[in-house]
Design a binder for this molecule. Structure first.
Ligand code: KG4
Ligand code: ZN
Length: 337
């Protein structure tokens, strides 16, 4: 039997992502982003994101089909992010997926956004080892997951108790007047800075949990910058960016490796938008090498939100014989992993 041809729809935040895969082979990954429309607000505006999804949906699906060289009738299944994410944004994707599934007579698979961030790695590096540990770091989430099986068994061992890692990057970028989204620009500016210039706090580093906290760090950066400005001194942007980034990456990698060691797992996968961070990739590689852990990180374009990840997980569900979702599938903004 040929492997299933699956179309994936992702609309949990500000990217309308359409992916098409056959088994673990990526055929198309098309993204229309409304990120530019949110920039002047310093964060994603849910209402604006929902409307942008609605406008982008059909043309983005058409572009993905053309790239893959397939038609809607060739598809074996439609997968869609059912949650977690922004409620209105999710609803647009789920409604579109239902319409396509119903009109085409194809099965519908509602998938979890976090699980999809893990599954996408299979498109680049082949089947995930069972078990593996996944560090998921994005604008909405910072989680440590034990993954015995990406299709059926993902256990959350830790998560942020306040801001997500990407959110901290975005908020610190706002303090430094660097624009939105903050991650890529802080990553860039940090390359010219000294990561040891300022000692910022590492929240929950030694608290014995696998949870994270980044709001104290964000406040510490804001206070440091404020004090400099009040004293009439210039703010060394590159040093602040590098020192802040070092604090985030230090905690993320230390806790991720602790989960691997404590659970006897020697494969770590990193996903989510913050996994595009060059210092995170570098430090994770160094620390994994030292600990004898194999590291897998997809290329940056597959780390940020995209449709390929949804198609990748959908394809896995089809292959494992998981039952399709019903046409009354709800969009669930707080869907647990
Ligand atoms: O996974 P994603 O595209 O969307 C969510 O599900 O949130 O992640 C977006 C987040 C944003 O907070 C953005 O600032 C961050 O990922 N990000 C980065 C980098 N590229 C994107 N953070 C740090 N370094 C980067 N290079
Ligand atoms: Zn995401």
């Amino acid at each position: 039997m040929t492997e299933p041809l699956v179309l994936g729809i992702e609309t949990s935040c500000d990217e309308t992502g359409i992916g098409i895969v056959r088994g673990h082979t990526l055929l198309a990954d098309t993204v229309a982003s409304s990120v530019g429309e949110h920039a002047r607000f310093g964060g994603v505006v849910p209402e604006v994101a929902s409307r942008a999804h609605l406008e982008a949906m059909t043309p983005t699906i058409d572009r993905a089909l053309a790239t893959a060289g397939v038609t809607l009738h060739d598809l074996d299944a439609i997968a869609v992010t059912a949650g977690p994410g922004l409620a209105g944004a999710l609803m647009v994707g789920v409604a579109a997926a239902k319409a396509y599934a119903l009109a085409l007579g194809k099965p519908l698979y509602g998938v979890n956004h976090l699980a999809a961030h893990v599954a996408v790695d299979q498109l680049e590096h082949g089947p995930l080892p069972k078990p593996c540990v996944s560090l998921l770091v994005s604008g909405g989430h910072s989680s440590l997951l034990l993954v015995p099986d990406v299709a059926s068994d993902i256990r959350s061992l830790g998560a942020t108790v306040d801001d997500a890692a990407g959110e901290a990057f975005d908020k610190v970028a706002r303090v430094l007047d660097l624009g939105f989204p903050g991650g890529p620009v802080i990553d860039r500016r940090a390359r010219e800075g000294d990561p040891a210039a300022i000692s910022f706090p590492r929240g929950k580093l030694d608290d014995g949990t696998y949870d994270f906290s980044f709001s104290g760090l964000k406040s510490a950066v804001a206070r440091w910058v404020e004090n400099r400005e009040r004293a009439g001194q210039g703010v060394p942007i590159a040093d602040v960016a590098a020192s802040f980034q070092e604090a985030v990456v230090d905690v993320l990698t230390r806790k991720a490796i602790a989960v691997c060691k404590d659970n006897g797992v020697d494969h770590l996968q990193i996903g989510g938008g913050v996994a595009a961070n060059s210092r995170l990739r570098e430090m994770a590689q160094q620390r994994c090498d030292k600990a004898g852990i194999h590291l897998r990180v997809p290329r940056p374009g597959l780390c940020t939100d995209n449709g390929a990840m949804v198609a990748a997980l959908g394809s896995e569900l089809v292959a494992c014989g998981v039952e399709a979702s019903r046409l009354d599938l709800p969009a669930d903004s707080s869907l647990p992993v």
